[in-house]
Design a protein around this ligand. Structure first.
Ligand SMILES: [Fe+2]
Ligand SMILES: [Fe+2]
Length: 318
């Protein structure tokens, strides 16, 4: 059995009064208004403490692999990346980890240009395919889509679906070339016969399966879903939507979806949880571990909605 821990949306966020004004001459000003006036900072005020508890819990749980689906920071400030790096330092060089950025990690063009995410967490951008193993038409976008071959059991694909956006737009896009590359990689000989899992930052839909808003969701979700449906993908992992949910496979969408929600959001209806997925001969069992603010530790949450064996029409890869 392969056990994969998945956490998302830690959002290590700078205290607004400590942010220098010169850092706010961009879309970050809107982020600052959200943090200070609309109280977003208070929602993530415990992210450092929760991040440390998460690292301790991962050391105790000892998963075989760890997936981070982004939004490690609040508004892509260098100081936020430094804090997030410090919190996650025990697993920074850990070869078990695969990580992709969230939209808050490329919040402004300068953060993308200066590669702030890559400088802090680039070691997590891991793929097990060399350039030579990628179909020739897609070598220019290597290392994406990332492909990790986990034991003999699992092929984990990860996408980069974030880009800096304008004011009042937090949407994502995978892009036609990356979707075509994914379509090709799903058939790669090294992925054949394995349980296929796909990780991305944005959700394919909301908890009720309705599409996310145009300015908040994945712009090319329909194209991506079309490719996922054509291949034997068992499970899609994502973050971005801070409320946790798990969706079973259906006839129309023959793959499960597991979003642990933000691991650190203090919003009362958010869970502050992460998932541990056990994959065994095509079967997937989902464990939930939830942060307890009194003990400052993560604890098992067996009665969580969606916990246990993922059933329904789950497909094994071929
Ligand atoms: Fe987020
Ligand atoms: Fe996000």
């Amino acid at each position: 059995m392969i056990r994969i821990a998945h956490f998302t949306d830690l959002h290590v966020t700078e205290e607004p009064s400590r942010i220098p004004w010169r850092m706010l001459l961009s879309k970050r000003f809107l982020g600052w208004v959200n943090l200070s006036i609309f109280g977003r900072y208070r929602l993530f005020a415990e992210s450092v403490r929760i991040g440390r508890a998460l690292v301790r819990d991962l050391e105790a749980v000892r998963p075989d692999f760890i997936v981070s689906t982004g939004d490690l920071t609040g508004i892509s400030l260098p100081s936020e990346f430094a804090s997030a790096r410090e919190v996650l330092s025990p697993i920074l060089e850990d070869p078990r980890v695969t990580g992709i950025p969230g939209n808050h990690d490329v919040y402004v063009r300068s953060a993308q240009r200066e590669q702030l995410y890559e400088k802090s967490f680039g070691a997590w951008t891991r793929t097990d395919l060399s350039v030579d193993e990628i179909p020739t038409g897609f070598r220019d976008i290597h290392p994406y889509p990332l492909l990790r071959l986990l034991g003999d059991e699992v092929a984990l694909f990860s996408l980069r679906d974030v880009r800096p956006t304008r004011y009042h737009d937090s949407s994502g896009r995978v892009g036609a070339r990356q979707i075509a590359a994914l379509d090709s990689l799903f058939r790669h000989p090294r992925a054949t016969g394995r349980t296929k899992i796909l990780a991305l930052h944005y959700g394919l839909c909301r908890a009720d399966r309705s599409p996310d808003r145009r300015r908040h969701g994945l712009r090319d979700a329909t194209d991506l879903i079309e490719v996922i449906r054509r291949h034997s993908v068992s499970l899609v992992l994502h973050g971005h939507l801070h409320g946790r949910f798990v969706l079973e496979p259906t006839a129309l969408w023959p793959f499960a979806i597991a979003n642990p929600g933000s691991v650190s959001s203090l919003q009362p209806h958010h869970s502050r949880a992460y998932h541990v997925l056990g994959v065994d001969r095509g079967h997937i069992n989902l464990e939930v571990r939830r942060y307890d603010r009194t003990s400052e530790c993560f604890q098992p949450w067996p009665e969580a909605p969606g916990a246990g064996r993922i059933s329904g029409n789950l497909r094994r890869g071929n």
